[in-house]
Design a protein around this ligand. Structure first.
Ligand code: T1G
Length: 709
């Protein structure tokens, strides 16, 4: 028989009933768990031998929240939400005996709301509590916006509910959200605490109005202003602020009713569906159907990074931060010194921003060992090559690695576009070669494209996918083609942005429209940031592959010919001051007009919708081709790549999810229009037509196709 979800034991401590929630892996509060908990609480409260109740969670954490999987069933009409957790929480709050909740690991969302309905809260010192619902596009839906201000005060409750970040058990203790921290055995400590409070009057959180003193009104508007900047475009943070504000002017019942109303509005919103898609997607990409969970993993305790430039230095930091020793190699001392200086500077700014302690940084720096030779490469478990993006040099490095590295070492390349297979051909062990495409800055961006070559072994792939999580990255397995997934799609996206500027759209208008769509940065500004010369060099390398007679953008090539590479040269599409602040450059606008006239490109007024459609559907169309070719396993993999590597707004779920939301039929028809007007670059991907005709979405695209090399 399955382990019961709720275990009620009243014999171990006799006078104190212990109720344990046991719903691995994170004790999510499913309707079944809620029902079991209600029964156990009622039974314990009726037991005359019981003077107090302790509520705990089995396994590694208390309760991570309501079961998010249930929300999809509700919003798709497969199940009714019903009254949610509120009846259970009210029942607990009204029990005749004191209920002490013992928190370890996390008490998040419904887990914290459950804890706040209990009469007392004790916690392990390393526990965390929080209301992260806004990160799913919803707000606390079980009294969190009404009980939290009563325990921590309105200002802190606004911050916790609007921003969604957890706080430590120590801070929770200081705020009065937790009554005691328990060193040593949590359950024993909780039972001892419960015995202390059996004779006290029972504190019902909903009745504790002392901290609801009306704060200065500005905290709500200030929080709204902050949300409009930090959580730009998202509705849930503003909704959460409204709900918490309700606690200061409504009764608990009325405030709870308002919370329920707002919660349901958010739950059924496109933003929440997209953010829940992103939440599960970030975990789904780690699951590779053709690679069994039991695949042996190669231990990676020491690595070498070849190249100490921007990428190599950042990659060295990533491994050092994860506790892995790093050999950092450069060709000459000057380059090595520059690389080390950049690493130092990056760490110091992290300390200044409070992201790392000085002690942590010192430990990381001790793990990075500079070298000018391959001498010690024979002892490392993995090498990441991060030299200049040229095939000849990369093959030279891999030939050398093949000679010096120990058998079984993983030989990874950080190339952003070059063929893994061609690089692997420079070695006698192509099965050990793989792409680990980090995104700049490597020590900040979470995305890692794990690029499999046709010979990459399953063990090497499985190791790199697991290593991603240890490095704090979101690893996505992709196939080997030019640009892999992210950059391959970014090409058409930026191509269309340039076309729009060449056809008459103001440069800053193209950027503004996509920024307002939710992109972290517009396509022109992104080009200036990365360096326009990067794309220029690649286009020159592949010029011979361009189909004659097919229009290609020219503006960025011309800007590069003028030495305008972007931020690094102080000018690109925009002009930059010494702080790299961008201003539109009338000179560039005039040049683009001139070049367009020379190319006889008709100028016209271009709508916001056209800018969004042409840039975003360019992503979608290329993404569909990538799926057809098996370069990405699933549409969600593409979405996760765009959310974590390209600043696509998570509240729109990613390019493929966004297309699903618009409706593939509508997207397909729009792409056909663009094809009629702009030619074969807009030929709709067959998969898009196939799914649109079948009334399906990209989520229906099968995962049975293996990722092709
Ligand atoms: N519901 C369902 N499944 C969940 C879950 C949840 N709340 N949290 C995690 N999982 C699954 C996850 O998908 C993964 O599944 C496995 O558990 C391990 O998770 C009423 C409405 C707690 C910090 O937003 O932040 O309560 O991939 O890999 O890295 O007001 O999980 O193994 O199949 O993330 O140790 C609010 C979400 C919900 C917290 C642990 N709560 N979870 O991280 O493990 S809404 C949250 C997390 C709510 C109330 C509202 C993290 C974690 P699989 P994991 P981890």
């Amino acid at each position: 028989m399955d382990t019961p979800l709720i275990d009620l034991s009243t014999n171990k401590f006799k006078d104190v009933a212990v109720i344990t929630i046991n719903n691995p892996p994170v004790n999510a509060l499913s309707p079944t768990v809620a029902r079991g908990l209600a029964e156990a609480m009622e039974q314990a409260d009726k037991d005359e031998g019981v003077s107090a109740i302790v509520l705990t969670g089995a396994g590694r954490t208390f309760v991570a929240g309501a079961d998010i999987k249930e929300f999809g069933k509700i919003t798709s009409g497969k199940s009714e939400r019903g009254a949610g957790l509120n009846p259970l929480l009210r029942q607990i709050e009204d029990l005749s005996k004191p209920v002490v909740v013992a928190i370890h690991g996390n008490a998040f969302g419904g887990g914290l709301e459950l804890a706040m309905a209990c009469h007392y809260r004790v916690a392990a010192p390393n526990a965390q509590v929080g209301q992260p619902e806004v990160k799913l596009g919803i707000i606390p839906g079980a009294g969190g916006t009404q009980r939290l201000p009563r325990l921590v005060g309105v200002a802190k409750a606004v911050e916790m509910c609007a921003e969604g970040n957890p706080i430590s058990a120590q801070e929770a203790l200081q705020l009065g959200l937790v009554d005691r921290l328990i060193e040593g055995d949590l359950l024993t400590g909780a039972v001892a605490f419960a015995r202390e409070v059996t004779t006290r009057p029972i504190p019902r959180t909903r009745e504790r109005d002392g901290k609801l003193n009306l704060p200065d009104k500005t905290i709500f508007d200030a929080a709204r202003e902050k949300a409009r900047t930090k959580q730009r475009g998202q509705m849930a943070p503003l909704a959460a602020i409204d709900a918490v504000e309700g606690s200061t002017r409504l009764s608990f019942e009325e405030g709870s009713q308002q919370e329920q109303r707002v919660f349901r509005e958010c739950l059924f919103s496109d933003q929440s569906k997209a953010l829940i898609h992103a939440f599960f997607g970030e975990r789904e990409v780690a699951k590779i159907p053709e690679i069994a969970k039991e695949t042996p993993i190669i231990p990676v305790n020491s690595v070498a990074v070849v190249g100490a430039g921007t990428m190599g230095g950042g990659i060295a930091m990533v491994f050092a931060n994860a506790g892995i020793h790093v050999l950092l190699k450069e060709a000459d001392q000057a380059a090595l010194d520059r690389g080390l200086a950049t690493i130092q500077k990056n760490y110091q700014s992290s300390v200044k921003r409070g992201r790392f302690t000085q002690q942590f940084v010192d430990e990381c720096l001790r793990r990075i060992k500079p070298t000018l030779t391959y001498d010690a490469f024979g002892e490392v478990d993995m090498v990441v090559e991060a030299v200049f993006e040229g095939m000849a040099l990369k093959k030279e490095v891999f030939t050398q690695l093949d000679l010096v590295c120990q058998p079984g070492a993983i030989l990874a390349t950080n190339t952003s576009t070059l063929s893994i297979d061609e690089i692997a051909s420079a070695t006698s062990r192509p099965d050990a070669v793989i792409g680990t495409h980090f995104f700049s800055p490597a020590n900040v961006m979470r995305l890692l494209e794990v690029v499999r070559g046709k010979s990459s072994s399953k063990q090497v792939i499985a190791t790199c996918m697991q290593l991603s999580k240890k490095l704090g990255k979101v690893g996505v397995l992709v196939g080997n083609c030019r640009g892999f997934v992210g950059n391959r799609m970014f090409g058409p996206y930026r191509r269309e942005a340039q076309f729009l500027a060449e056809e008459g759209a103001a440069i800053e208008a193209v950027d503004r429209v996509l920024y307002d769509f939710g992109m972290a940065m517009g396509p022109m500004a992104t080009g200036d940031l990365a360096g326009l010369d990067v794309g220029w060099r690649i286009r020159k390398e592949y010029r011979h592959l361009e189909k004659p007679g097919v229009r290609q953008p020219f503006a960025e090539d011309r800007l590069c010919e003028l030495g305008r590479f972007g931020q690094k040269t102080g000018a690109g599409w925009y002009k930059y001051d010494e702080n790299r602040h961008a201003t539109p450059d009338p000179e560039v606008a005039a040049l683009v007009r001139k070049w367009a006239a020379e190319a006889e490109i008709p100028q016209r007024t271009i709508s916001t919708d056209e800018i969004v459609d042409r840039c975003i559907y360019a992503l979608v169309n290329e993404g569909a081709r990538i799926l057809e070719e098996g370069i990405a396993l699933r549409a969600v993999d593409i979405d996760i790549i765009y959310l974590h590597g390209y600043g696509f707004p998570a509240y729109r779920g990613g390019p493929m999810w966004y297309a699903n939301t618009v409706g593939l039929k509508k997207v397909y028809e729009r792409i056909c229009e663009l094809c009629d007007r702009h030619g074969e670059l807009w030929a709709p991907a067959p998969l898009l037509k196939q799914l649109a005709d079948a009334g399906k979405t990209f989520a229906d695209f099968g995962v049975d196709q293996a990722v092709t090399a």
